[in-house]
Design a protein around this ligand. Structure first.
Ligand SMILES: Nc1ncnc2c1ncn2[C@@H]1O[C@H](COP(=O)(O)OP(=O)(O)OP(=O)(O)O)[C@@H](O)[C@H]1O
Ligand SMILES: [Mg+2]
Length: 496
């Protein structure tokens, strides 16, 4: 294990790392940071949630001259949410050095952005379209940029930004350093690497599997029309602290969200048709725990780093193995554990096998839970509340009434009535979703061709001091022997 100290990182950044609770560098950081600090061009590939942001953020911040009121570092990211998230992480890393970072993305007021740009940020983290807009209006000057980063390059390609990216890179002074991060290396990205980068060093954190070992993966074979009931039963049993449910289309996301509301869950949907303001407010609610379930399309959730996501449900199986890896990678981040459960209709079984084959991971079969189990799941929550009240509170004022009650009724009846009163019974509103076509293996083969590996499975775990212990410790949840909330659930202990 390499400490950040050994990587020759300067004092102010070391202080920031300490504040952030980062103790050891992750493998991608260990390999990328020294190259980055030597000024080399780097292509980085590693598994989800393994700290790629700091891997490019630290060398970039090291090179900033904070007395120069000029944009010196530029990060391009595919979505607004990602731009904001990356900007926040860089801000935290560069705080003690006094580095100013600004996220710039479409959908935000131009005037406001221009005013913020006038304050002289050192680093700008931007989405491609809006960045080009600013460059053309000369509200962003890139003549002094010495470090350029493309984060999630393949996703930018998928989203049709490839020409924008090329244009942007061509405008930045040639003597710049370029860092490129991508889960896959399709032809177009390779071409950018060979034409617009200088002898890039490739850092691939190798692994047999593409998914991280701290995500427990399982699937249920379920008929399309039973998916929704199965989902709510599972949610009742597993009681995730924060869960993301993936749906294939925007319409699907809206329908599942509405259905969850009808059954009394705190859920909200997120997809590309929502306004920027709405997307941000949904994400903030989710991050702060005001909603417990985020229903999302692939694009809306790519790269998002939300701590405390304990469960990912693939309500619809992802189109290709690559999406599968990114989706489930929203949990099991920063060495924590997580659960990923995929709903597979009988006709989609070959597709699941393809995902297993390409990602080289085994997805365990689990049985669909019954309504009865779900009901017991709800009651279990009440039992936990009751137990903690028994253990933790002064009940003196209630004892006399309790004794009177027990004179009149037997104890089991009294406790049963209390449980009934306290249990939030699920409304069983009937929910019918529009029908969807099953995913065919053909779609998956595209992914197979595209996909490539990354990430040392055993070593992706890393330690973070003072990490918040996750979750309600639900015994019920432990049925399959592993969950994100079990105490000491951080498997990374094995690697210390
Ligand atoms: N060395 C470290 N020690 C502890 N925590 C870390 C370390 N490096 C990064 N983290 C934390 O791990 C989480 C995941 O990091 P990050 O978002 O950079 O992952 P990523 O590799 O970019 O994932 P994705 O492929 O999903 O985009 C973040 O919350 C980050 O703050
Ligand atoms: Mg990332």
């Amino acid at each position: 294990m390499t400490t950040f100290n050994e990587l020759g990182i300067s004092k102010p950044i070391m202080k920031a790392l300490e504040k952030m609770g980062f103790e050891e560098a992750t493998p991608i950081q260990e390999q990328t940071i020294p190259l980055g600090m030597q000024g080399k061009d780097v292509i980085g590939q590693a598994q989800t949630g393994t700290g790629k942001t700091a891997a490019f953020g630290i060398p970039m911040i090291e090179k900033i001259d904070k007395d120069a009121k000029k944009i010196q570092g530029l990060v391009v990211a595919p979505t607004r949410e990602l731009a904001i998230q990356v900007s926040e992480e860089i801000h935290r890393l560069g705080k003690f050095k006094g580095v100013r970072t600004l996220p710039v993305y479409g959908g935000q007021h131009m005037d406001r952005q221009i005013r913020a740009l006038k304050e002289g940020p050192h680093i700008v983290v931007a989405t491609p379209g809006r960045l080009l807009d600013h460059i053309r209006r000369k509200t962003i000057k890139i003549d002094n940029v010495h470090t350029a980063v493309l984060d999630e390059a393949d996703e930018m390609l998928n989203m049709g930004f490839i020409d924008d990216i090329r244009d942007i890179l061509k405008m930045i002074p040639e003597e710049r350093q370029t860092l490129l991060f991508s889960a896959t290396m399709p032809r177009e990205i390779r071409e950018i690497a060979s034409t617009l980068m200088k002898n890039p060093e490739e850092v691939k954190v190798k692994s047999k599997e593409m998914t991280v070992s701290n995500i427990d993966q399982s699937f249920l074979e379920v008929l399309e029309k039973q998916k929704f009931d199965t989902l709510t039963n599972l949610l009742d049993i597993q009681a995730p602290e924060l869960a993301i449910v993936f749906g294939r289309t925007k319409k699907r996301v809206d329908e599942v969200t509405e259905g969850l509301h009808a059954r009394g869950f705190r859920a909200e949907g997120i997809h590309g048709d929502l306004t920027q303001g709405k997307r941000m407010s949904v994400l903030n609610k989710f991050k702060s725990g005001r909603i417990e379930i985020l229903v999302a399309t692939d694009v809306a959730a790519r790269g998002l780093d939300i701590s405390g996501v304990t469960h990912v449900y693939n309500f619809d199986v992802p189109q290709d193995p690559e999406s599968y890896v990114h989706r489930i990678g929203r949990t099991g981040r920063a060495g924590k554990t997580g659960e990923a459960i995929s709903f597979i209709t009988p006709r989609e079984m070959p597709h699941l096998h393809l995902i297993e084959k390409v990602t080289k991971s085994k997805v365990k079969r689990m049985d669909a839970p019954s309504f009865d189990e779900a009901r017991r799941g709800q009651q279990q929550l009440t039992v936990e509340k009751l137990t903690s009240t028994i253990e933790g509170q002064d009940l003196k004022d209630y004892r006399e009434t309790a004794a009177e009650l027990l004179d009149q009724h037997d104890s089991v009846t009294v406790v049963a009535a209390a449980l009934k009163l306290m249990t939030k019974e699920r409304r069983n509103a009937p929910v019918t979703l529009s029908s969807v076509q099953p995913v065919s293996v053909k779609g998956g083969q595209k992914g197979k061709k595209k996909f490539r590996g990354g990430g040392d499975n055993k070593r992706n775990n890393f330690s973070r001091k003072g990490g918040k212990p996750s979750g309600r410790n639900r015994k019920f949840q432990n049925k399959r022997g592993s969950n994100s909330n079990s105490s000491g659930g951080n498997r990374n202990q094995n690697f210390k």
